[in-house]
Design a binder for this molecule. Sequence first.
Ligand SMILES: Cc1cc2nc3c(=O)[nH]c(=O)nc-3n(C[C@H](O)[C@H](O)[C@H](O)COP(=O)(O)OP(=O)(O)OC[C@H]3O[C@@H](n4cnc5c(N)ncnc54)[C@H](O)[C@@H]3O)c2cc1C
Length: 393
Amino acid sequence: MKEYDVIIVGGGIHGAGVLQAAAAAGHRALLIEQRGIASGTSSRSSKLIHGGLRYLESGQFSLVRESLRERAIHLRIASELVELKAFFIPVYGDTRRRPWQLKLGLWLYALLGGFSASTRFGGVPKRDWPTLDGLETRGLDAVIRYYDAQTDDELLTRAVIRSARELGGEVSVPAQFVGANLTEDGVLVTYSKDAANVECRATVLVNAAGPWATQVSRTVRPAIPIPATELVQGTHIVVPRKVTAGIYYVESPADGRAVFIMPWHGATMIGTTETPYQGEPDRVKPLPEEEEYLLAVVRHYFPAFRDLTREHITSRFAGLRVLPAATEEAHHRSRETLFSSDRKSRPRVLSIYGGKLTGWRAAAAQVMELIGPSLPVRARRAATDSLILRRTS
Ligand SMILES: Cc1cc2nc3c(=O)[nH]c(=O)nc-3n(C[C@H](O)[C@H](O)[C@H](O)COP(=O)(O)OP(=O)(O)OC[C@H]3O[C@@H](n4cnc5c(N)ncnc54)[C@H](O)[C@@H]3O)c2cc1C
């Protein structure tokens, strides 16, 4: 039977990050992915490496500070994959947040980002409004510009996997985790590969199965604690029109929620929605009413998009956020990553719930800190904040 220090379930950004961090720390590590690398949430996000400006409103300052730090690290180690972009917030007579509120928020954002050059912000002068891709100027009071970063989530995940492999991390895909039995000092793991069951041993099992994490946790024997979470669906659509000046951060005219209108491969991507989801994670797909909601947003702000209907949509995708169970609306809930283990000291199973694409490296570092006491001491090979990530295709 093969033995590993760490076995990871899930080839999304979190699983990739933990594989890289474990391999960099000198551990023998294996990642099991059932479909394809980044086939789950990590190819269906808004593709932003951002501090999360709106999390300031819910007081998640430490999350914003950490995300801005991670954004700066990405711009250094993943410059082929992560690009700083101008973001525009148009303010009309009926926009909920006024220019002074936005500027105050952006000042706080800059403070949490250490007032680095990438945290600069200001108003776009009226004479420059015609450069904003045909943005509706009737009733427009101000346009605020700041900077955040855009990536390709799937390519980023693949790049992290490549880096992990170069450090000796193993990947088995397609391979489906079936179950695990805890022993006094580790875990017996069963997964299926090529229609046969494979058994191996790990000192620690890391459950990075994203929206499937609860299902994975339920297969562990004896049973482990499982935090109460909910799934919230987010849909994006792509339409064959161009915006080029940057990313527009607008309020939905229907309910005031924040929506992004972004350049994407020569077209425009619009997202996202927040729809509670109760079904199987495999079955998530964009709903017609979500597509109409997103089209209504883009039509409202860009007169040249007013003829667009659902027939014009060239691509659509939906992903699932894992949020702590609560009564308030999804956009007010914590976006902090939640870690849960089978026991406080020397954990044998550690599960990751929720989190952000932006925070994958910090989350992986935290996982290594939590499972460190369970693992044997090995010679470190590298530090993840200085490993350069390259495009794989
Ligand atoms: C709509 C939306 C927009 C978002 N936008 C942003 C954004 O712009 N910026 C940002 O920072 N964050 C964003 N996020 C958050 C971010 O996308 C997620 O936190 C992140 O992608 C989650 O990655 P993950 O690895 O935890 O899960 P996933 O990417 O879902 O990976 C889990 C993997 O586990 C595999 N798996 C499941 N069960 C098994 C099994 N039994 N055996 C083997 N493999 C298994 C799945 O196939 C899947 O590939 C967004 C999220 C959503 C939903």
